[in-house]
Design a protein around this ligand. Structure first.
Ligand SMILES: [Zn+2]
Length: 115
C-alpha cells in the first residue's frame, strides 16, 4: 500500500484527488469533512473529490516500521531512495530477495508530514 506518514502515523492513499489542484486528498482529521488536500489546504465532503486515474502512480520511498518509528531505505549519502512508483519499489525489494508475501511488511511512502 502507498500513502503518507502524517505525524508518525501511516495514512493510506485514498484513491481520490483534489478538484482544485489535482493532488491526492487524504482522510481528514476534522470529522466534518471526508478529505483534505495538503497542497491547497482545502477540506472536502466525500462527493467533492474526484477519483484518481488508475494510471496515477506517485513516486515513493520505502519504509519499514518497528512499532515505534519508520526507517527509510537510504542511499549511502543518507538521502531516501525515491522510486518512480510503487511498482518499481516492489521490483527493487524482490530483486533484493524479499518474497512477494513479505511486500506487505513495507510502507510505500508518497510524502512525510510532520506538524
Ligand atoms: Zn488541493
Amino acid at each position: 500500500m502507498s500513502g503518507m506518514i502524517y505525524n508518525g502515523i501511516f495514512k493510506e492513499n485514498t484513491d481520490f484527488i483534489c478538484m482544485t489542484c489535482n493532488s491526492p486528498v487524504w482522510e481528514c482529521n476534522d470529522s466534518k469533512y471526508a478529505w483534505e488536500c495538503l497542497d491547497c489546504f482545502n477540506k472536502f465532503a466525500y462527493n467533492d473529490a474526484i477519483e484518481q486515474s488508475p494510471h496515477f502512480h506517485p513516486a515513493v520511498s520505502i519504509a519499514s516500521f518497528d512499532g515505534e518509528v519508520f526507517s527509510f531505505l537510504c542511499c549511502s549519502n543518507g538521502n531516501k531512495v525515491i522510486f518512480d512508483n510503487q511498482i518499481s519499489a516492489e521490483s527493487y525489494l524482490m530483486n533484493q530477495g524479499i518474497c512477494c508475501e513479505s511486500l506487505g511488511d513495507f510502507y510505500f511512502v508518497e510524502r512525510v508530514v510532520e506538524l
